[in-house]
Design a protein around this ligand. Sequence first.
Ligand code: NAP
Length: 244
Amino acid sequence: MAVALITGSSRGIGAAIALRLAQDGFDIALNDLNESMFEDNDIVDKIKETGVKCETFCADVSDYAQCEEMVNAVKEKLGGFDVLVNNAGITKDGLMARMSEEQYDVVINVNQKSVFNMMKLAGKIMMKQRSGKIVNLASVAGLYGNPGQVNYSASKAAIIGMTKTVAKELGSRNVNVNAVAPGFIKTPMTDKLTEEQRNAMLQMIAMKRYGLPEEIAGVVSFLVSDDASYVTGQVIEISGGLSM
Ligand code: NAP
């Protein structure tokens, strides 16, 4: 059975991707900062109900040593490493004039450096086995910018550049590397926005509704499937027509 690791997958988009890949038949490695995140919800039970294996791995993905330990543990416990979904991400919003250096650095480390850490480690295994799929979570903020998110949009724009670069580096070894760029998706991350911010966003969306985590998971499912075997280095926007 092929094995998929989804970072930051105790809730939100990551949990929806994990469940969808379990339904597709992958054994699932869930990741979050600490075990208590998995105790608060039923994602592990839901995945196991599909009949696949599911293990949880606690690691801060901004820390290279913790990522290395996690990747080794996934291989040991689940017996392989075929799909990596870099989903973990945070926001620390504020207008640039008021943003602290710490606010900037932490978002870059968690959102962007983590993708380097995990792609480097997974890439080594995938190059050796001459197969693998990587999907990175970018954002429309990385494509178009968003006031109040200079840190977040920088991290997400970087992920797009990294996706294209690593797709070129690993393509000859049969490793596909793609990104998805969600728009406004209903999760705990966006629940933090004010009513005013949410309404302003809704005006710009052609479909006049927010997206669901399952609508991101469906595209990720396609990108890691054999149907997408000749797709690499691409960024698929999933935003209900935010930018047209
Ligand atoms: P979310 O509900 O806040 O979930 C993010 C997950 O990442 C949480 O489980 C969180 O765990 C985990 N995480 C945070 N820092 C971590 C770290 N250092 N190591 C490991 N795990 C960590 O967010 P979401 O809305 O589902 O977003 C998922 C991804 O989609 C993110 O990359 C986000 O930028 C991207 N995205 C989301 C939207 C949207 O509208 N929601 C739009 C565009 C892009 P803790 O709870 O322990 O912090």
